[in-house]
Design a protein around this ligand. Structure first.
Ligand code: ADP
Length: 259
């Protein structure tokens, strides 16, 4: 036990509940983690007190994205203390609960309990928690809506039909649970060739906007497919952390999520 455990605790006003924003997708690989990290950073740069939870049990990628690989959260009063990042966004990841490089095979209640440890942590003055959910609609999502009901959900999809069908299922899941869908983001939308300057559309374009409107939910914006986003993500240098064109789509999305 640390010295903090026995220190007298001043009477504090009751804490406001955290505003949880869940970031979800119908399937993996569409950029849900990329959007979560950059959304959290853009919200923090807009003046919010933001924390980031990486609840992706299948492939926790936030430690890499947020340049906090190898960090280990401490605990106080049986609660985890989030890891500080250089982006002003404290975070906790499923990856922090496992040995580095170790595959996590949590199922059912264990996955739910792990999520609870990450959310019910010592978040301090954080008022908004961005939660990067695993893809699909499994145990973690169920625990999330039963125990820590989000204030809203952001759904990430790529523009092709198959991804959109999966995204629609994710939207349906939150609709059924009465979690407000803040809106749909179209990621990997259009590729501007750095050599010839021409834009091509490997996955199509505009599909997510159309299906968001069909489902009666807002469309939050599109993020282009760029080499820059991929290399910066791999390097732990999220585009939203710097001014410039690469940050713009995330700033636009954050403005609507933070409203
Ligand atoms: P998910 O969380 O949905 O599985 P990730 O955010 O991990 O997806 O993204 C999957 C891969 O695609 C990562 O290598 C990421 O860097 C890359 N990626 C995501 N969005 C873009 C984008 N707009 N442009 C280029 N690469 C991207």
């Amino acid at each position: 036990a640390s010295a903090h455990d026995s220190a007298p605790v001043a009477k504090q006003p009751p804490k406001r509940p955290l505003r949880i924003v869940a970031v979800a997708s119908g399937k993996g690989g569409v950029g849900k983690s990329t959007v979560s990290a950059n959304l959290a950073i853009a919200l923090a740069r807009a003046g919010r007190k933001v924390g980031l939870v990486d609840a992706d049990i299948y492939g926790p990628s936030q430690p890499r994205l947020m340049a906090s690989e190898g960090e280990r959260p401490q605990a106080r009063d049986k609660k985890l203390i989030p890891v500080a990042t250089r982006f002003g966004v404290p975070m906790l990841s499923m990856g922090h609960l496992a040995e580095p490089g170790q595959a996590i095979a949590w199922r059912g209640p264990m996955a739910g309990n792990a999520l609870a440890q990450l959310i019910d942590a010592n978040w301090g003055d954080v008022d908004t928690l961005v939660v990067d959910l695993p893809p699909g609609t499994g145990d973690v999502q169920l625990t999330m809506i039963q125990r820590f009901k989000p204030a809203g959900a952001v759904i990430v999809s790529t523009p092709q039909d198959l991804a959109l069908m999966d995204a629609a299922r994710a939207v349906g899941f939150f609709d059924k649970a009465s979690v407000p869908v803040i809106g749909v983001v179209e990621n990997m939308s259009g590729y501007a060739c750095p050599h010839c300057g021409e834009t091509s559309e490997p996955f199509g374009r505009g599909g997510a906007e159309a299906s968001a409107h069909e489902m009666g939910h807002p469309f939050l914006g599109r993020i282009p497919l760029t080499i820059d986003i991929r290399t910066r993500s791999d390097a732990g240098e999220p585009p939203a952390a710097e001014d410039g064109a690469a940050a713009e789509p995330f700033v636009t999305i954050a403005a609507q999520v933070g409203a």
